[in-house]
Write a protein that binds this ligand. Structure first.
Ligand code: NDP
Length: 266
């Protein structure tokens, strides 16, 4: 008997730029699975659950700006997503919507491939910073947050992270420095004052920018400091692999799935 056709989507606004449909469709096709992954521009996040059910979807990913609202739409949250308060993957299980966060383990996988990490400096204090802080703390790795303004640091202070603004930060040695700000995404700004960033990178081992497919000013400066660097492509790739595994409740060997998903980046 033929396997039921599975239907997946990414919900976001905007959503046209997303590489997820390509990544997942290449994986479905390559692995010989009967299914299709599409995109849906969700304007009102309150309609998320209704749309999910109406479109008869089996699972979805969620991108900006709905990751926190999606958390509220789920019947149950599992894993590190509970600590983060934001989700990027929802799987329907016995007519219930189960929420997960695969951005955090996706980033962790990408970061640890650089080498041993005992402490990390996160630049920025938005949604991505929350996800990264949670997974590194969960793995018992020391986390410091540095943000331009104080207001977004409240969340991190409440959770007892070491947090600083540019004004009160004193450079220390960090294994990994990550840019999670949107500086460099659509402009040519550095995420931190140039002099301070120079000092930070002089004391760092590795640098990652979560922005992908762009040599941002942050990445460029890290390269000039001869640091091993990565952009956000591997984070995107691995959050996709982990989401795919949740869709099918199955683990895949990297060599089985990565060649298909990586085609989306070529
Ligand atoms: P948020 O909007 O939640 O947070 C933005 C942060 O950036 C804030 O801390 C803000 O500081 C800071 N910021 C913005 N502009 C500047 C600037 N010019 N200089 C210094 N700081 C600045 O963003 P997200 O966490 O949702 O996303 C951040 C980035 O991560 C985006 O570029 C996004 O594309 C990328 N991303 C990549 C993923 C991947 O898979 N590779 C996955 C998810 C996100 P302040 O508080 O002072 O305003």
């Amino acid at each position: 008997m033929q396997q039921k056709n599975k239907l997946f989507a990414i919900f976001g606004n905007p959503v046209t730029h997303s590489l997820s449909p390509l990544m997942h469709n290449y994986a479905l096709e390559g692995l010989g699975i009967n299914g299709c992954y599409t995109r849906y521009q969700l304007i009102d996040p309150k309609a998320l659950k209704e749309k999910f059910l109406q479109l008869n979807l089996d699972a979805i990913n969620i991108t900006v700006p709905h990751k926190e609202a999606a958390y509220q739409a789920c019947d149950e949250i599992r894993g590190i997503a509970k600590e983060i308060g934001a989700i990027n993957t929802i799987v329907k299980e016995n007519d219930k919507l189960i929420g997960y966060n695969t951005d955090a383990p996706g980033f962790f996988k990408c970061a640890t491939s650089l080498g041993k990490i005992e402490n990390i400096l996160i630049l920025g204090a938005g949604g991505t910073a929350k996800a990264l802080a949670a997974i590194f703390r969960d793995k018992k790795i020391s986390v410091t947050i540095l943000n331009r303004s104080a207001s977004r640091l409240k969340y991190f202070k409440q959770k007892n992270y070491s947090c600083y603004t540019w004004e009160d930060f004193e450079t220390n040695t960090f294994d990994l420095v990550v840019n999670t700000t949107s500086a460099g995404l659509q402009d040519e700004y550095l995420p931190v004052d140039e002099k301070l960033l120079n000092d930070i990178l002089n004391h760092a081992k590795y640098a990652i920018d979560v922005i992908y497919n762009k040599n941002t000013p942050f990445l460029q400066m890290a390269k000039e400091h001869d640091l091993p660097v990565k952009d956000g492509s591997d984070m995107l790739l691995f959050q996709g692999v982990y989401a795919f595994e949740l869709f099918f409740n199955k683990r895949y060997k990297e060599e089985e799935i990565l060649p298909f998903m990586q085609k989306a980046f070529t």
